[in-house]
Design a protein around this ligand. Structure first.
Ligand SMILES: [Zn+2]
Length: 270
């Protein structure tokens, strides 16, 4: 039976949301270069790995332009014809990768977008200061950027949270462990797709996410070692402390259900 709303975690902050027969991807990171490849550079998307995981894609959105969020966005557009939603930074990367201009939709935050059965609202947010108090690879992508490139050339650009709603419920995606409550005013979400790495650099992160969105389900993401292959079991990033995150969720007055998915695992929301 077709789901009213189902979610697949594809590693890092990457998800596929399915409502009916409509497939909406967020932050797909399927190339998963090894640490050696990242350090040696330059890198390019691994199209064969993307094609192996992505069968259908009507739309794809990137919450920011770092390589572990945006590197495979052009491949979904070119292989599957997906519409792309992203900052001007992400779109410049897509342009440099040869995505047709007609597929590119710039977001700035606060729009109310219809995408198949989804109502899609990008929300201005911030990146966590995960590396020694700083945002890694700061700045913009001001011109079309073609692969290969060093990972650091995919600069952060504008950062968004994503609110999506279909008849099966509402979902909020946080790709980097930070938030701007003023931009989220009035939003609620049944499910939060919640970045956990770097949360220690954002004051009271977990409680603030739950206070703002009041979810009944939390799905942690960006806790896995994203430089390891997608077809091997996920291992936690050493600094991530998912146990600490789980106890923060459990001690919040709402105490929402937590679903920790395996790599490429699905969960049905409705
Ligand atoms: Zn990032």
């Amino acid at each position: 039976m077709r789901p009213r709303l189902a979610v697949q975690w594809v590693g890092t902050a990457g998800f596929r949301l399915v409502s009916g027969d409509h497939h909406f991807w967020i932050d797909p990171h399927l190339s998963r270069h090894s640490l050696g490849e990242l350090l040696r550079g330059p890198i390019a998307p691994k199209i064969d790995l993307v094609a192996r995981t992505v069968d259908v894609a009507h739309a794809v959105a990137a919450g920011h332009s770092h390589f572990d969020h945006a590197i495979d966005v052009p491949a979904l557009a070119k292989l599957k014809g997906a519409r792309v939603y992203g900052s001007s930074d992400t779109l410049n990367y897509c342009r440099g990768s040869g995505v047709a201009e007609a597929q590119l939709h710039e977001i700035r935050g606060g729009e109310d977008i219809r995408e198949g059965p989804f109502r899609f609202r990008p929300v201005l947010s911030q990146h966590s200061t995960i590396v020694l108090g700083h945002v890694p690879f700061p700045g913009r992508i001001e011109r079309p950027l073609a692969p290969p490139f060093r990972a650091s050339e995919l600069r952060v650009g504008t950062v968004f949270g994503f609110h999506l709603e279909s008849e099966g419920g509402s979902v909020y995606h946080i790709g980097s462990a930070n938030l701007v409550e003023a931009e989220m005013a009035g939003l609620r979400a049944d499910v939060v797709l919640c970045c956990t790495v770097g949360r220690q650099s954002t004051e009271r992160y977990t409680a603030r996410v739950l206070d703002a969105l009041r979810p009944r389900v939390v799905i942690p993401c960006h806790w896995d070692q994203f430089w390891r292959p997608l077809d091997e079991p996920a291992r936690q990033i050493p600094t991530n402390d998912i146990e600490g995150f789980l106890s923060e969720v459990a001690s919040h007055p709402l105490a929402p259900e937590v679903r920790v998915l395996p790599l490429c695992g699905w969960t049905r929301i409705a």
